[in-house]
Design a protein around this ligand. Structure first.
Ligand SMILES: [Zn+2]
Ligand SMILES: [Zn+2]
Length: 118
């Protein structure tokens, strides 16, 4: 089958990779998701395994997109968990410190009273 070269307009064979006249790349090739062989980008179906290349590529794109979103969500939830844990630990530390302050203050007052009473 002959198709027109988009570069110069002459008729070239459909399966030719480059136009013989102007060197235009006629068939950009991609790897078939089904059999990993080089297939023309323009063709919808792989001539080796019959897989719908465009559909498969679209699906795999969507799948990787979904995976990326899922990973981002996981990172977010982990970050949230870490943040919450930090808040809990922080409040515990502050609780311990305030108890310590109260105890130290009490000891100080007791010592002061003890010194006065002598
Ligand atoms: Zn050409
Ligand atoms: Zn294939």
């Amino acid at each position: 089958m002959l198709i027109k070269c988009p570069g110069c307009g002459i008729d070239v064979l459909e399966d030719q990779l480059f136009c013989g006249n102007c060197g235009y790349e006629m068939l950009a090739t991609i790897l078939c998701p089904g059999c990993a062989k080089k297939v023309p980008e323009k063709k919808e179906f792989c001539k080796f395994c019959g897989v719908n290349v465009k559909l498969e590529l679209q699906l795999s794109k969507e799948r990787s997109q979904a995976k990326k979103e899922e990973a981002a969500e996981n990172i977010k939830s982990v970050a949230k968990g870490v943040g919450r844990a930090a808040v809990v630990v922080g409040s515990k530390v502050w609780g311990c410190l305030s108890i310590l302050m109260v105890v130290l203050f009490g000891i100080g007052v007791l010592a002061f009273v003890f010194l006065l009473s002598r």
